[in-house]
Design a protein. Structure first.
Length: 263
């Protein structure tokens, strides 16, 4: 697969997977998600790669799913078509990030919204620039039940997750650090250096030990019901795509939804 919407490089045991549509605030098109998934599989299979870094070229990590492309290609999907599309592109791809046997660090600056929030939070660690902000506004903007993968309560606790989704607002990097959702906040100018220093340090550890410890921690969360809860929410989210409220938001158009998000 040739990469048009992401950039992929490997150096010193670290694979770098970059959202690469800076002119579109790194909106996640179908191509971008397909390519990111292909790169995750490639990095997983490559014995030279010990750690993965997800980042975004330009000012933002990612403003979320490419809603313009969605409106053009998928606005009138049947329940069955949307289910199949979202199960593969959102749920399966997200779980592939979660299940990758190698540590993954998300390096986040600027906007990290909805679909972008979902991808960043499937990673094991998050390093945030001081200008980063996190948001999932879709209850307000689209009448949808959050994004497809409800990782929120697992990375910030139930009360904060409810606040984020009910209010639809932005969470700053400082607040995300305070509640334990991100591991480190650094000045914007130092984001790349700090992220790759962390990756290089992790890359010194024995890969098989890292694989086992990641598996054990993820299994702890599975024992608490993470995977069952994610699958259950996916079904619920699909229901929210066929409500009158959602159809109303779709018919009022994308510009309106974006305007609402900015308010
Ligand atoms: Zn959806």
């Amino acid at each position: 697969m040739s990469y048009t919407d992401i950039a992929y490089t490997v150096e010193g045991g670290v694979a770098r997977l970059s959202h690469n549509r800076p002119e579109m605030r790194n909106a996640e098109s179908q191509e971008l998600l397909d390519q990111l998934d292909d790169a995750v599989r490639k990095a997983t299979a490559d014995p030279a790669v010990r750690v993965l870094v997800f980042d975004g070229k330009g000012e933002h990590f990612s403003a979320g799913h490419d809603l313009k492309q969605g409106a053009a290609k998928r606005a009138h999907f049947t329940v069955e078509e949307r289910w199949a599309y979202e199960e593969l592109h959102y749920l399966e791809y997200a779980l592939r990030i979660w299940d990758c046997p190698k540590p993954i660090i998300a390096s986040v600056q600027g906007a990290c919204i909805a679909g972008g929030f979902m991808v960043a939070n499937m990673c094991d660690l998050i390093v945030a620039a001081d200008d980063a902000f996190f948001s999932d506004p879709v209850c307000h903007t689209l009448g949808a039940a959050a994004v497809e993968v409800l990782i929120h309560p697992w990375v910030m606790g139930a009360r904060k997750a409810k606040e984020m989704l009910f209010m639809g607002g932005r969470m700053s990097a400082t607040e995300a650090y305070r509640i334990g959702m991100v591991n480190k906040v650094v000045p914007r100018a130092d984001l790349e250096t700090e992220t790759f220093a962390m990756a290089a340090h992790i890359a010194k550890a024995e890969p098989f030990a890292l694989k086992l410890v990641k598996r054990s921690i993820n299994r702890t969360l599975d024992a608490q019901g993470l995977r069952t809860a994610l699958h259950a929410h996916f079904d619920t989210h699909q229901l929210s795509h066929v409500t009158e409220a959602f159809k109303g938001a779709r018919d009022r158009g994308l510009a309106n939804a974006i305007k609402k998000a900015k308010e």
